[in-house]
Ligand binder design. Structure first.
Ligand SMILES: C[S@@+](CC[C@H](N)C(=O)[O-])C[C@H]1O[C@@H](n2cnc3c(N)ncnc32)[C@H](O)[C@@H]1O
Length: 338
């Protein structure tokens, strides 16, 4: 008897926007032109348009995110403009001094995680890819080719992985026998060499997968460019709303908002020591806003989310040195291995 074809199982969970209520509480009433630099499933974008934004530019580097929106985007007519691109270029996309609000919800969407073939999840077997924009160097490209020292540095700097050297050594040994092609192959190796996590501790692969994803998509470089671009593109009074999901990103956003609001450490180049230099932002959230227990229970992605908001002042935009906001820097092109 012929074997019936196996239908691909639809295991995708819809993306539930995180911290949406605390955001809307703080930005309402909404008006003018907004840019959502991480459009994803459009959860924030719809809420902002429904709350009164006249127009919204939705940017995503993942072409699939924008394709999915085609089903409902028509409801908003000319008010919604979708742009395929990176939020690091948002000033070029929108123009200087044109925006009343910028929202960034950094990271990957549930759809991207749930699609095994995108290679973001160590829980699902798929190609070791992790490219949000679906072009450029993949995670497998790094794991199979990068020199051992660079691999260790990547895992340490971008995954805060203390066992970085041990993992890099094991990768280099294993890849001589068989190159890494799949997520489960790498996750299985990590499960084998790392101590079994205690209850409440993250999976053995969590930090390494985070580090690879950050490098593959230059996520921290994008964040630094996006923050500086928002300073250029926001009008006086415009709001910068940023949600992050891990400490490296939150540290950068926190320091950016501190430095640019004149609250940085004494002697910093952004501190308005000279009274004539006005800060570019004033902080709306004094501390990071985190999810309430009910939201975290309903949506585990909200567990590590942190929200920070600042308001643009009238002062001119300045250039940003990513090191000044604590961006870890690693020259991954060194050693000509790519
Ligand atoms: C966490 S999801 C955003 C979900 C969205 N807030 C919602 O409510 O549906 C992040 C999205 O941002 C996109 N993204 C991540 N980094 C980006 C970047 N640098 N430029 C543009 N899009 C980016 C990802 O492709 C993903 O679709």
């Amino acid at each position: 008897m012929p074997v019936p074809p196996i239908e691909p199982e639809n295991t995708e969970t819809p993306h539930v926007p995180v911290l949406l209520d605390p955001i809307m509480d703080r930005i309402s009433p909404v008006s003018g032109v907004w840019l959502d630099g991480t459009f994803g499933a459009g959860g924030y974008a719809r809420a902002i348009m429904d709350a009164g934004a006249e127009r919204l530019i939705g940017v995503d580097r993942d072409p699939e995110a924008l394709e999915r929106a085609a089903v409902w985007a028509g409801e908003y007519g000319d008010r919604l403009q979708l742009v395929s691109g990176c939020f690091g270029d948002l000033d070029k996309i929108a123009g200087a001094g044109t925006l009343d609000g910028v929202v960034l919800d950094i990271g990957v969407s549930s759809m991207q995680i749930d699609q095994a073939e995108r290679g973001f999840s160590f829980m699902k077997d798929g190609p070791l890819d992790m490219r949000m924009g679906q072009s450029g160097l993949s995670a497998a490209g790094i794991v199979n080719k990068a020199p051992e020292k660079l691999l260790a540095d990547i895992l340490f700097q971008f995954g805060e992985e203390r066992a970085s050297r041990k993992i890099a050594k094991a990768i280099v040994m294993d890849r001589k026998i068989k190159p890494f092609e799949t997520t489960r192959q790498l996750a299985g190796m990590l499960e084998r060499i790392m101590p079994r996590p205690k209850p409440g501790q993250p999976h053995a692969a969590t930090r390494s997968f985070q580090a690879l994803r950050i490098v593959v998509n230059d996520e921290l470089g994008e964040l630094a460019r996006g923050l500086a671009a928002a300073e250029v593109a926001l009008k006086e009074g415009g709001l910068l709303v940023v949600v992050t999901f891990h400490s490296l990103e939150d540290r950068m956003v926190k320091r950016f908002m501190q430095e640019r609001s004149g609250a940085g450490p004494k002697g910093s180049r952004f501190t308005p020591i000279d009274e004539a230099i006005e800060p570019a932002f004033t902080k709306i959230t004094r501390k990071a806003v985190v999810g309430e227990e009910a939201e975290i229970l309903a949506n585990p992605r909200a567990r590590s989310a942190k929200l920070r908001i600042s308001r643009r002042t009238a002062s001119a935009a300045d250039t940003l040195n990513p090191k000044d906001i604590g961006m870890p820097y690693l020259d991954i092109t060194k050693g000509a291995w790519m």
